[in-house]
Design a protein around this ligand. Structure first.
Ligand code: ATP
Length: 430
C-alpha cells in the first residue's frame, strides 16, 4: 500500500507543473469542503505511464455538483450540471495547452445505486462501485487528491500490476457481454500502449464475438468506438487485431485486411508531412475508412458506409469517393496527364478523397492539381466562345475544356492564343 502511495506521488511529481498545480488546487478545495475527491480513469492511467492526457475526470464522495461549483469558482470556470446523473462539467479556458479545458465531475454516492445493500463491505464502497463499472483494470484506478499532493492510489482491481505486465484486463467475465463496445476499446488501448489482451480477457472477448453480442449494440455506439480506434496513430495493427478477434467483420463486413491495405492505413498518419494542407482540411480517420472500403465492390462499400450512420457531410464524402476513385485513379497514373480532365474530375472532391489518391500512387498529380492546376483560369469565357458563332449548349463547355487543357500544358498563355484555339476547336466541332 505504501508503495502504491509512493508511485502515485512519483507519477504526480513527474507531471507538468501546470497539472501538478491543478491537482493541488482540486485537493485544497476538497479539504476545505470536507469531501474525498479522486482523479480517476484514463487520466490516472496516463499519469502512471507518464503520458499527457487532457481528459480530467474526478469523482467526489459527496455532492459532486456542489463541489463542481466551488471548484469552478476557485479555477475561474463555468459549470454545466447534469443533475440526473449527479455529474457536472467544468469548462476552463487555460492559457497553457498542457492543461485540460474541461473537467468532468462525477458523484460517487450510495443513494445513486439501488442495490447498494448488496455491496460487499469495503472501504470507499461508493468509489469501489464507481470503479467497478469501468471497462479495464488499467482504467479503473483512482488517486485521492489533497492540498499537499496525492494521498493515495486506489487500485481495487490490480490495474498497476496490469500496467506493469502490459496487459488489458476486464474486471469480470461478463464485461464484454454487458457492453460489447469494450471489445473495440480493449484493442484500442492494447494497440496504443503496445499491450496484449490478458489471456482470460481474450477468451471472454472471443466468446462474446462468437455469441454475436456485437449485433446488440447500437450502430452509433459501434461507430463512435471505431472512429476512436481509427484516430489512433498507425492503427493498422489494431485493425489486424480486431480482424483476428472477428470484431472487424461485424463492424465492416467483407473488408479485406491484407498486408497491403494495412500498410496503406498505416501510411495515412505519415501524409501529414507530405501534404500538410490537405491533412489540415481532412479528417484522417475518414481517409483510413476510405482505404479500408475502397477495394470492396461499390454496392458493398456503400452498404458499409450506410451502416456506420456517419454525419451527413462525412457520409456524402465517402459515397462520392467510393463511386469515383477508380476513374480518378486511372487519370492519376495514366502515362500522359491531361491536366484539364484531372481538374474536371477532382473539382468537387473532398480533401480525404485526394489523400486516398496520394496513397494509391497519384501523389505527383494530386500535388500539381492542388497547388497549381485548380487555380488556373482562362482569359476567355463562354460568352467569348458564343461570339465565335457557337450556340449556347454543351459544345461551348467542351471547347472551353479543350482550351483549358492547352492552357494547362502551357500552350495558350494569353487571351489572344486562347481565342485562336477556341476558333480552331469550334471549326473542328462543326
Ligand atoms: P482516451 O485516452 O482515449 O481518452 P479514456 O480512458 O479517457 O481514453 P474515455 O473513452 O474518455 O477513455 O473514457 C473515460 C473513462 O470512462 C475510461 O477510462 C473508463 O474508465 C470509462 N469508460 C469509458 N467507456 C467505458 C465503457 N464502455 N465501459 C466501461 N467504462 C468505460
Amino acid at each position: 500500500r505504501d508503495r502504491a502511495v509512493e508511485m502515485a506521488r512519483e507519477a504526480v511529481e513527474a507531471a507538468p507543473a501546470g497539472i501538478r498545480a491543478l491537482l493541488r488546487a482540486v485537493g485544497r478545495v476538497a479539504e476545505e469542503e470536507g469531501v474525498a475527491v479522486y482523479a480517476v480513469g484514463g487520466f490516472v492511467r496516463d499519469l502512471l505511464l507518464g503520458r499527457p492526457n487532457l481528459d480530467f475526470d474526478i469523482v467526489v464522495e459527496g455532492d459532486g455538483i456542489a463541489f463542481a461549483h466551488t471548484l469552478a469558482r476557485e479555477l475561474g470556470g463555468r459549470v454545466q450540471e447534469v443533475p440526473r446523473f449527479g455529474t457536472a462539467h467544468i469548462y476552463l479556458e487555460p492559457d497553457d495547452p498542457a492543461l485540460p479545458s474541461r473537467i468532468d465531475v462525477a458523484t460517487a454516492r450510495r443513494e445513486f445505486y439501488e442495490h447498494a445493500a448488496a455491496l460487499p463491505r469495503v472501504e470507499h464502497a461508493d468509489l469501489h462501485e464507481d470503479l467497478y463499472r469501468r471497462d479495464f483494470s488499467i482504467n479503473a484506478m483512482a488517486i485521492r487528491l489533497g492540498s499537499s499532493g496525492p494521498s493515495g492510489l486506489i487500485d481495487f482491481f490490480g490495474g498497476l500490476k496490469d500496467l506493469a505486465a502490459g496487459q488489458v484486463r476486464i474486471l469480470h467475465t461478463l464485461s464484454f457481454v454487458e457492453d460489447p463496445t469494450r471489445l473495440i476499446r480493449a484493442v484500442r488501448f492494447a494497440h496504443r500502449y503496445g499491450f496484449r489482451l490478458e489471456p482470460e480477457t481474450e477468451a471472454c472477448a472471443r466468446a462474446a464475438v462468437a455469441e454475436g453480442f456485437l449485433a446488440r449494440v447500437s450502430r452509433e455506439r459501434l461507430r463512435n468506438e471505431l472512429l476512436l480506434l481509427l484516430q489512433e496513430q498507425g492503427c493498422g495493427g489494431a485493425l489486424q487485431m480486431l480482424a483476428e478477434l472477428g470484431v472487424l467483420e461485424a463492424l465492416l463486413p467483407g473488408v479485406p485486411l491484407d498486408p497491403e491495405v494495412q500498410g496503406l492505413v498505416d501510411a495515412v498518419d505519415g501524409l501529414v508531412e507530405a501534404e500538410p494542407e490537405l491533412c489540415r482540411l481532412s479528417q484522417l480517420w475518414l481517409v483510413k475508412l476510405l482505404v479500408l472500403l475502397h477495394r470492396l465492390p461499390l454496392s458493398a462499400g456503400v452498404a458499409a458506409v450506410k451502416r456506420l450512420r456517419l454525419k451527413r457531410a462525412e457520409n456524402q464524402a465517402c459515397l462520392q469517393v467510393l463511386a469515383g476513385w477508380r476513374i480518378a485513379h486511372d487519370l492519376m497514373v495514366a502515362p500522359h496527364a491531361d491536366a484539364a480532365s484531372i481538374v474536371a474530375a477532382l473539382a468537387e472532391w473532398p480533401a480525404e478523397g485526394l489523400l486516398l489518391l496520394v496513397l494509391l500512387g497519384g501523389g505527383e498529380r494530386v500535388a500539381a492539381y492542388w497547388r497549381e492546376w485548380r487555380h488556373v483560369r482562362l482569359e476567355i469565357n463562354g460568352a467569348d466562345v458564343q461570339a465565335l458563332g457557337v450556340p449556347a449548349g454543351p459544345r461551348v463547355g467542351r471547347i472551353l475544356q479543350r482550351v483549358l487543357s492547352a492552357r494547362l500544358s502551357g500552350d495558350a498563355p494569353d487571351r489572344e492564343t486562347q481565342l485562336a484555339l477556341a476558333r480552331r476547336f469550334a471549326a473542328q466541332e462543326e
